[in-house]
Write a protein that binds this ligand. Structure first.
Ligand code: CA
Length: 404
């Protein structure tokens, strides 16, 4: 989960942040607000002790990516063989907890595990920034102040109730944390204690994280037993409606020539059984790469997944990963590109080969950030390729050739 609605404002407030006095004044104001909302003075004072502004958080807030990410890059990195293998192993390991979550909330276990895999790589990447510090920085630099102030107070409430120890309250620069990557206010509304130890700990407890994810999807309108959607084939030269918000009946879509692709996608079997078309009969046509790429009819359960992260690329990745975990196949229709995306293993190889060629990109962690992209651009230029900074199949191939 990530607050994607962050408006990038170019106000010059961050300069005032370096002035200690104004930061202290801001914290003093926050203290009053927090106390008025039921945070105890001792909780506030202990949590805020020695807190200083974090300039990196403001850089992240203002960050405008130089490179755009194609949908096939998102999907190939988020749904690769490694994540499918990991996910299937974890489905087994946590089968009794997942069965309980399925029974209580009606949410398909494959989807719960897919959210877990995409949001935090099954709990392995939860973020490292101290929530209290990041959120105080954002509030006091006047970045979406009311929004982040509520998140800060929600964080202080977690500390006050003792649900999660303060040292564990680390996450993304914007405050998403734990294995579910909830924002603190979302945590307060939807996190549950699913292992029964009396604490809602989505950082350290896998059952709490899985149960909280199931509760989230349930509250977002998940309908038990229904599929999220499926891949479809469009008629030639399709020019009809599309988009997640444009819903029509399945019969209307059929009359436009939109046909389900029967594949191993809905494999059923050991991990979930077959899923039905939506009882409300409403579907939207998703064309993430236009009419020449894979097409999907998506139902209300897709909207529930979408609400988790408010990005179609993520929602589709979660949906697709859930199918792969269930035993389904990859998409039938290839992405409309001659340079498909890479898995994380292949991205690590791209980075290792760049390092071997002397490009300074830090460590080969499979995460393609600005440094890696700039190095790829430089390599592409030197190899006479278009410098788009993408860690795609063509760069990988060229790097392999350059290493021999
Ligand atoms: Ca617990």
């Amino acid at each position: 989960m990530f607050p994607r609605l962050l408006a990038v404002t170019c106000l010059a407030f961050s300069t005032s942040l370096t002035q200690a006095a104004s930061f202290e004044t801001c914290v003093a104001g926050l203290r009053q607000t927090a106390l008025a909302q039921g945070i105890r003075a001792t909780t506030f004072d202990q949590s805020m002790k020695g807190v200083e502004p974090d300039e990196d958080v403001l850089k992240s807030y203002d960050y405008q990516p130089e490179f755009t990410t194609a949908i096939w890059d998102y999907v190939s990195g988020l749904v690769d063989e490694e994540r499918v293998t990991d996910g299937r192993q974890l489905l087994e390991q946590w089968s009794s907890v997942l069965a309980q979550a399925e029974q209580k909330f009606g949410v398909d276990r494959n989807v719960i595990v897919a959210v877990w895999g995409v949001e935090s790589n099954f709990g392995r990447i939860q973020g490292k920034r101290e929530l209290v510090r990041s959120l105080t920085t954002l509030v006091c630099a006047n970045k979406r102040q009311a929004f982040f102030r509520d998140e800060l107070i929600a964080t202080l409430r977690i500390i006050q109730t003792g649900d999660i120890v303060p040292e564990s309250l680390v996450g993304s620069w914007a405050g998403a944390f734990g294995q579910t990557q909830f924002m603190p206010t979302t945590y307060q509304r939807l996190a549950i204690d699913f292992d029964g130890d009396g604490r809602r700990d989505i950082v350290s407890s896998v059952p709490d994280a899985l149960g909280s994810t199931a509760n989230y999807l349930h509250r977002a309108g998940w309908v038990p037993g229904e599929a999220w959607g499926y891949e479809v084939q469009l008629p030639a030269n399709y020019a009809g409606p599309s988009g997640r918000r444009t819903k029509q009946s399945l019969a209307q879509w059929a009359s436009l020539g939109v046909k389900r692709i029967e594949s191993a996608q809905d494999a059923g079997g050991q991990n979930g059984g077959s899923q039905t078309s939506p009882a409300n009969n409403q579907a939207a046509l998703l064309l993430p790469a236009g009419v020449n790429g894979p097409a999907f009819l998506v139902f209300r359960n897709f909207d529930a997944i979408y609400s988790y992260n408010a990005a179609e690329s993520y929602a589709l990745s979660i949906a697709h990963l859930s199918d792969r975990l269930r035993g389904g196949a990859s998409f039938s229709t290839p992405w409309p590109t001659d340079d498909p995306g890479t898995s994380r293993a292949e991205r690590r190889e791209v980075q290792q080969r760049l390092l071997a060629l002397g490009y300074e990109i830090g460590i080969a962690d499979g995460l393609v950030g600005d440094k890696t992209r700039k190095a790829i651009s430089a390599f592409q230029t030197s190899a006479g390729m278009t410098a788009d900074g993408r860690a795609g199949q063509q760069v990988l191939k060229a790097l392999r050739a350059a290493s021999h």
